[in-house]
Ligand binder design. Sequence first.
Ligand code: R5P
Length: 281
Amino acid sequence: MTVISTEPSQVLAGRIADALNTSVVGVKFSRFPDGELYLCANGLDEEMVIVGSVVDSDSLVQLVLLIDTCEGLNNQLIIPYMGYARQDKRFKTGEPVSARAISRLLSTGVDRCITVNVHDRKVLSYFNIPASDVSLARDIGIYIKGLDLDDPLIIAPDDGAAAFARQVAATGTWDCDHLDKTRISGDEVRMAPRTLSAAGRPVVIVDDIISTGGTIASAAAMLRELGANDVFAACVHGVLTGGAFARLKAAGIKDIVCSDTIERGSSRYSAASRIAEVLAQ
Ligand code: R5P
């Protein structure tokens, strides 16, 4: 089993290879003069683990090209961050089901697919191959333990993240609750107050994705109003668009961490162990 990856996922791919005690394939990435993407891999194996987060259009094309490079081999596909997954249904007439389109595209030439905290597990049914999802809740729990907080409260910023927050909280038998969120616009959300025992306690807000940071910033502001002490934020996928990290620091959040499903300066824990566990099964 050998690991190969797109450019944006090369660090995570190296960690997965280390966890599996195997090697990575060297790949040269470049462009044709007209801007089209090109790649050339050096030394494939019968069993390939193809790793690629869909973070933008180029990373998607690189992933499709890598899968084609590995044609005819036993290919397991890892999509650490699956972009487009949030458009998992037709919200209004005329829209695509983008998650389904991406799933179908990436099913060709692959035997099995593994995602990481995909936004909604129903997306797995869109693949034309066996697909499963791994959760990094335990790894966020390990990060929180390392903070050595006194009686922390784990908070999901909305109902959708409540189950994930409960998984995180279970790793340390911490208290857990969630907030009610209403999205006003693309980058603005409003929190309806809930009865929380946040007063005088450290709080860790957990979510699957931090994109613009609007959700977490609003949650942090509300928790402060409720008397919370230090506020921390932990997510799986640090999309961090539009200056989100700085926005959250400016909002007074003490620490903001994400995994390496999207490779960032704030990637302070890795998805590699959980992915390797599933691959080794
Ligand atoms: C939404 O359903 C997700 O779980 C996240 O809460 C959302 O993507 C965060 O977006 P933002 O950081 O832009 O508020």
